[in-house]
Design a binder for this molecule. Sequence first.
Ligand SMILES: [Fe+2]
Length: 235
Amino acid sequence: MIDLHTHILPNVDDGSSSLEESLALLRMLASQGVNLTAATPHFYATSDTPEQFFRRREAAWQQLSGAMESGMPCVLLGAEVAFYRNISQMQQLERFCIGSSRLLLIEMPFEPWSERVLAETLEISERGIQVMLAHVERYFRFQRADVWQRLSDRGVCMQTNANALLRMASAGKTLRMLRRGMIQFLASDCHNLKTRPPRMQEAARKLSKRFGDDFTADFFRREEQLLREGCAWYA
Ligand SMILES: [Fe+2]
């Protein structure tokens, strides 16, 4: 299983607060069947520069990679980039993609998305970047129902958090979108051991229970295929 949205790097954002916690999160992911993950620290262009971000991420990665144990998932470096006006014009946007893929995880505004926001999201795709919207379930209450189909029709990928399948409030709509193929990625978005640990195995079981083992296996295969497309190292 792959998990492309995590905050497992130590001391770079509101995720893991120590090397020990990062290692424990990786052990937990491995025990849940995750063999490939992406570290996606938050990037806010309003308070950070790409240079500062990449320097901080690299330092944390050096610390973590030096302490990793055998059996832990492979880790790709990425980012969770907060949407901002003119993001589609950012020169270094490709550098924020996951590993060497063209997949870019974007955290959208927590408010109704204007036509301008939707158009700008599509402009990122037009640069040849595969947009993946982080934790779609968190935007449901702000958006009109037709937004999801419109974005999906234009090739925007959607990611849901494992927790969304395990919570009554969000499970219904999330499962409906999964069944319709409008959500392509399931991820833990794990931040820490106590309040936001990874729950990938539970979510995968829920998916199997609801739609069957074949659907679930196909879903995870498709996820890997989407990552592999345009991702040279993974081939
Ligand atoms: Fe996140």
